[in-house]
Design a protein. Structure first.
Length: 354
């Protein structure tokens, strides 16, 4: 939040110091995913009671259980940009037709959903996972604006082009897992919440719009906008992983795995290390990476010795994913112009003595 405030103050200060036409735009609108045939959501699929065995997968609908009447897999083209947005723009018109600006846009994303049913060796048959995922954040957009009208026109057609630089926010995944035959013992229910933070990402956005000057200093406008942006994942952290059951056999099994004081909180278990709770995304995996993909092993038994163990005190590493934040949308707002002429007093003519 301090970064946002400092950047805003700096932009205002620079603009005012040179300003012939400083403007502020405030708008709100709605966005929807761009028409791209790419999977736009990601989620996490469990495998046993150790989160380290879970995998990050595209958000789809599927039923691949052997007990399914009809097996299927279905893509979900939902987008994280579906939902409302609020925008603040600070700019400076260097002449009546061209201006430079910096904008800040906040996303209030709609919750996306997906359902998957599958069989698992440990969780049992006919496991169902219901996923809700959404994103929030702030994107900074430095750009350029063009006005296509005379300076004193009432109607102001315009266009703008800018970079999209997300610098704060996260994507949330919430899962409800129902395992009716948990390890062939009985029913178990789990609730999971994880947060994925983003790495540095760059995209583009632009818009065309039409404004109407209510006064010399206030304009109402509407615009259609588009964005091309893929946000790269940096790290996923588990914030909640609870598993509960009314079945005595299931509870005894869980206590045998996680200790007699286990109360359903997987994250508090003695067996749940940083390797289990956090995933660091990288662009390359090899034998030196903190993963079991290339021969390294888990070492959770104090009575055993593993020749090539993973680092349990560091995040598990996985290949980086990118979430699609490309979108089409519209916004309606107000523009407020501050011109030096506003502060100049009209001078009275001085009579000339003959």
């Amino acid at each position: 939040m301090n970064k946002i405030l400092l950047t805003t103050v700096f932009a205002i200060s620079i603009s005012i110091s040179f300003s012939q036409a400083l403007y502020f735009n405030i708008s709100g609108g709605y966005g929807a995913p761009a028409l791209q045939q790419t999977l736009q959501g990601i989620t996490f699929q469990p495998n046993g009671t150790d989160p380290a065995e879970s995998i990050i997968v595209p958000l789809i609908n599927q039923n691949i259980s052997d007990s399914a009447m009809v097996k299927f897999k279905e893509n979900k083209y939902q987008g994280y940009t579906t939902g409302g947005n609020l925008n603040l723009v600070i700019g400076y018109m260097i002449n009546p037709y061209v201006g430079f600006e910096i904008g800040f846009g906040s996303l209030i994303g709609k919750k996306l959903t997906g359902t998957t049913v599958f069989d698992n060796v440990f969780l049992g048959d006919n496991v169902s996972v219901n996923t809700r995922t959404w994103s929030y954040g702030i994107t900074m957009s430095p750009g350029i604006r063009f006005h296509a009208c005379k300076p004193d026109a009432k109607l102001v057609p315009y266009g703008r082009f800018a970079l999209s630089l997300p610098f704060w926010g996260a994507t949330i995944h919430e899962l409800e897992i129902d395992a009716p035959k948990f390890n062939n013992q009985g029913r178990a229910i789990a609730n999971v919440r994880s947060k994925t933070e983003s790495a540095i990402s760059v995209g583009f956005n632009g818009s065309i719009g039409l404004g109407y000057n209510i006064t010399k200093w206030v304009r109402i406008y509407g615009e259609a906008n588009a964005q091309y942006l893929f946000v790269r994942s940096a790290k996923t952290t588990l914030e909640k992983y609870r598993i509960e059951s009314d079945n005595v056999n299931v509870n005894n099994l869980l206590k045998a795995i996680h200790g007699n004081d286990f109360d359903g909180d997987i994250l508090a278990s003695k067996n749940t290390t940083t390797f289990s709770k956090e995933v660091e995304f990288v662009d390359r995996l090899d034998e030196n990476s903190n993963t079991t993909d290339f021969g390294k092993e888990r070492d959770l038994d104090p009575n055993s010795v593993v020749a090539n163990p993973v680092d349990e005190n560091s995040p598990r590493q996985d290949l980086r994913r990118s979430a699609n934040f490309s979108a089409f949308g519209f916004s309606i707002g107000f523009a407020f112009t501050i011109n030096n002429k506003m502060w100049k007093k009209k001078q009275k003519p001085v009579p000339v003595n003959n």
